[in-house]
Write a protein that binds this ligand. Structure first.
Ligand code: FES
Ligand code: FES
Length: 121
């Protein structure tokens, strides 16, 4: 189903009510920070994860200075990786995100941001 905005409802839903927005203490040794920018539009995304001793992601926060698709992609990505292993998180592909959110081709790079931010940390 699509809404007035032309995006799938799941995008609107994540955009209106983004999960895991915020900041973790970057000085903390258990926290990894990924900061990526999208050359296509100048948007920036920061994704932070806290990894516990077992290699699991115990906390994740993001901030996106970008379009609605970027916000929704980030929010969705944090839900995907939260509580999972670092390995699984690294395996997340932007195409999975874009497919789930039914992003149009012109917005593919918005989900790329989410994938790259996870990889960089
Ligand atoms: Fe704002 Fe692309 S125009 S994120
Ligand atoms: Fe560039 Fe969405 S992140 S238009």
């Amino acid at each position: 189903p699509t809404s007035y905005s032309g995006y799938a409802d799941i995008v609107d839903e994540h955009y209106s009510n983004p999960r895991n927005v915020g900041t973790l203490d970057a000085e903390d040794d258990d926290v990894g920070t990924g900061l990526v920018g999208a050359p296509a539009c100048g948007d920036v995304m920061r994704l932070q994860i806290r990894v516990d001793d077992d290699g699991n992601i115990s906390d994740v926060k993001f901030k996106t200075f970008g379009c609605g698709a970027a916000v929704a992609s980030s929010s969705y990505a944090t839900e995907l990786i939260s509580g999972g292993s670092l390995e699984d998180a690294m395996a997340v592909k932007n195409t999975d995100i874009a497919e789930q959110l039914a992003l149009p081709p012109v917005k593919m790079h918005c989900s790329m941001l989410a994938e790259e931010a996870i990889q960089v940390r």
